[in-house]
Design a binder for this molecule. Structure first.
Ligand SMILES: [Zn+2]
Length: 156
């Protein structure tokens, strides 16, 4: 397991586009933006739909489960908060219950709780919420939650 992220060394400030998302994580909800006009879903939140340009937006609450679609391993901490956390894995996760109109799965990025040795593309993951030193800031992390028959790693 990667070392801890030192949240005292970063300040996360929710803005107009992310405030409701951060309220969701505090309540243990993993939300993605959803366009109210065309149904397009995306993460991270930004102020207009990039499919139809609508600014009539809502939220889709996912179950916080998916499959690791790809990943990178961060070995150089860019911020002081991550000095003890490296090496850690940033995953691209396809959410099980979050589809576009054409059936494609919505992908989100997130920092995993597992070491590189324990992960592989194709494994199931689920979200886990990590309380920071700020009462209102809860950060979603992802962890491997099962096995799969057809997996792949970058060192193979
Ligand atoms: Zn749209």
């Amino acid at each position: 397991m990667p070392g801890p992220i030192d949240y005292t060394k970063i300040t996360i400030v929710p803005d107009f586009d992310t405030a409701e998302w951060w309220m969701g994580t505090k309540q243990g909800k993993y939300l993605v933006r959803q366009c109210q006009d065309c149904g397009h879903k995306w993460f991270p939140p930004f102020p207009a739909c990039n499919t139809c340009n609508s600014m009539d937006l809502g939220w889709f609450e996912t179950a916080g489960r998916g499959v690791l679609h790809s990943y990178i391993v961060v070995t150089q901490p860019i911020l002081g908060a991550f000095v003890d956390a490296v090496p850690y894995v940033v995953g691209l996760i396809e959410l099980d219950d979050c589809h576009e109109a054409d059936g494609s799965l919505v992908r989100v990025g997130g920092v995993l709780l597992d070491d590189e040795d324990a992960i592989a593309i194709g494994l199931p993951v689920e979200v886990e919420f990590e309380q920071t030193n700020e009462a209102d800031i809860v950060v979603p992390r992802w962890k491997i939650c099962g096995s799969a028959d057809n997996t792949w790693k970058f060192d193979e």
